[in-house]
Design a binder for this molecule. Sequence first.
Ligand code: 5GP
Length: 213
Amino acid sequence: MADRTMTTRRQGLLLILSSPSGAGKTTLSRRLLEFNRDLLVSVSMTTRPRRPSEISGRDYQFVTEELFQKHLAENQFLEHATVHGNCYGTPREPVLAAIDRGVDMLFDIDWQGADQLREAMPNEVVSIFILPPSLDELARRLRSRAQDSEAVIQARLAAARSEIAHWHKYDFVLVNQDIEVCLAQIQSILVAERLRRNRQIGLGDRVAELLER
Ligand code: 5GP
């Protein structure tokens, strides 16, 4: 007979990954999504130019400053921030729909966005901060991906320090020394968070039913 405890309906959670750029967050997100077919990624809107490796609609919705401001004025973002001089925002509608359907969502957003999401949805948010093993290693990783100019890399290293300063607001802080270990740690957090009592809908009735038999 099927284990009915496993079929309890659940409220969707919002899993935030933040880190300085180069700490491996993009790779971690991609791997997590491959492994968890039931996890949806929130595709942000940005005014940043598209990088050659990126696909519009998959990595971001790349828009003009004008269109971004229009969405902002219409209150279509759940959170938004300016990062490295570009505007980024999380479209509100897909997130609310996912939570309603009990689907979990993954967010690759900075500390400003994490602050706003935590404030808007304190019960749904689970936040993880990914640290690089060292700033030297971060610099090496930024250079090896060869996507940005040296000036941009220097700016990102300076920005890394201020991003890291917000580590203490996150539920979990991991060091990405080894991507496989880090991935397993995030996966463990996801599994545990999904099992939290307050996310399981109708659990009281289920337990009452169990006690009556
Ligand atoms: P990149 O331009 O390298 O893809 O991202 C730069 C930074 O912006 C990263 O730290 C990323 O997490 C953050 N970011 C991406 N999308 C959003 C968003 O919708 N909101 C916020 N607040 N930050 C974002």
